[in-house]
Design a protein around this ligand. Structure first.
Ligand code: SF4
Ligand code: SF4
Length: 416
């Protein structure tokens, strides 16, 4: 029978066959937990891929829907004893589906999201408009009328944002302090630079204190992660090449503080072998700081930590953030139940599938409430936005922070 997949970049059949259908991954899969359907589990999705590869099913709308509902969180990869690289199978399968066009259900919304989020200048203009919408009282009026109830996606977008900071420029070079350990490039990210500019400032400052000269190229663009996860591999490849070219080639590390970006950048070499050397230098800021000495003062805080999927599952960085936070004198770290269960953000999943995303957010907020912590640390802007929005909506008095913000506060406490 002829495979339903076409071309040289079809999903790897050998990888598909590594799945032994044991089902160990099922309890870790967020969509299986919410929907309870085999075909919305990793095993079910791999079964569909295998059936398509063997020509037993077409890439029908039903097939597409089960794949679209996957968050791409890769919790199944962490759980899988056979080492199935589900993330790469998912990306390849979505690229095949793209040959038949975008998902019909989300055609317009997706076009809007992809023209906005990977374009920092456009995103900045849109956020300036949002600031006006909020400050003018129009937002309060729209909410009071309840008109957003008719458009769940618009309601989800509205709920995500609250106060939007003004993002100022960063210097192109931050000199190392003390003994020089090396040179690090900093990825400023698209959402990170617009919505969490203090995270980039703190990252640059901490790297400098750790002994790195920090290079921040002004012309850097998007890493392409959103497009990769949607199967838009040509757009992803173009962005990856442009981004890599915007950094000097003599850096020891290219540092990110956004888990989704870091995961995609570390895997550039899988599709683009010429970018393997660049990919090999990519590190999350937490990995770099874990090996550095930082002057940390006392912070009497109780904090819990949420594992961003693309840091915990995509990059396998789980202990380092916990160890770093525990190094802060006075800080009490309380473990979060289901800490590595996706919060529902997953790129633009919370906008495309607000129902499932909200059920996952509900679970996350319940676990956070159980800890009693008033601070939640998470190392990805999407998680920070999503969880902060969930806490606001449910009246939970909790503040979301990136771990580098706590480390920067502790450094300030040491010097003051
Ligand atoms: S990537 Fe996440 S949502 Fe998708 S099948 Fe794996 S565990 Fe489930
Ligand atoms: S744990 Fe791995 S081998 Fe087992 S069903 Fe899941 S993907 Fe397949």
């Amino acid at each position: 029978m002829t495979s339903a997949f076409r071309g040289p970049d079809a999903p790897d059949v050998e990888e598909i066959r590594k799945c032994v259908h044991c089902g160990i991954c099922l309890p870790t899969c967020p969509t299986y937990r919410v929907l309870g359907e085999e075909m919305d589990s990793p095993r079910g999705r791999i079964y569909l891929m295998r059936a398509a590869a063997e020509g037993r099913v077409e890439l029908s709308e039903t097939f597409r829907r089960h794949l679209d509902l996957c968050l791409g969180c890769r919790a199944c990869e962490t759980a899988c004893p056979s080492g199935v690289r589900f993330g790469s199978l998912l990306e390849a399968t979505r690229a095949q589906l793209r040959r038949h066009g975008p998902p019909p259900k989300h055609r317009l919304l997706e076009a809007f999201a992809f023209s906005l989020f990977p374009e920092p200048a456009r995103l900045g203009a849109a956020l300036a408009a949002f600031r006006l919408y909020r400050a003018s009282g129009l937002r309060a009026l729209v909410r009071a009328i309840g008109v957003l109830r008719l458009a769940p996606t618009l309601a989800a977008m509205d709920a995500l944002l609250d106060e939007v900071p003004r993002a100022g420029p960063l210097p192109e070079l931050v000199p190392a302090r003390g003994r020089v350990r090396g040179r690090a490039g900093l990825l400023t990210g698209c959402v990170q630079r617009q919505l969490y500019p203090q995270v980039n400032r703190d990252t640059a400052r901490l790297l400098a204190i750790a002994g790195y000269e920090v290079v921040i190229p002004t012309g850097q663009g998007c890493c392409g992660a959103l497009e990769l996860h949607a199967g838009l591999v040509d757009a992803y490849s173009a962005r990856a090449r442009t981004l890599a070219a915007s950094f000097p080639s003599d850096l020891d590390f290219v540092v990110t503080n956004a888990a989704g970006c870091g995961s995609a950048m570390k895997e550039y070499g899988n599709r683009l072998p010429e970018l393997a050397p660049f990919a090999g230098r990519v590190r999350d800021v937490i990995e770099v700081l874990a090996g550095a000495e930082l002057p940390l003062g006392r912070l009497d805080l109780t904090v819990t930590y949420h594992d961003a999927c693309h840091l915990a599952h995509g990059q396998r960085v789980r202990q380092e953030p916990r160890e770093l936070l525990r190094r802060i004198p006075g800080l009490k770290l309380v473990e979060l139940g289901d800490s590595d269960l996706c919060c529902g953000s997953a790129g633009v999943y919370n906008l495309l599938e607000p129902g499932i995303a909200d059920e996952l957010l509900e679970l996350k907020i319940a676990r956070i409430a159980e800890t009693g912590a008033r601070l939640v640390a998470a190392a990805n802007p999407g998680c920070l936005l999503q969880i902060a929005s969930g806490c606001r909506q449910r009246g939970l008095d909790v503040t979301l922070v990136h771990p580098v913000e706590l480390l920067a506060r502790a450094v300030d406490a040491h010097t003051s």
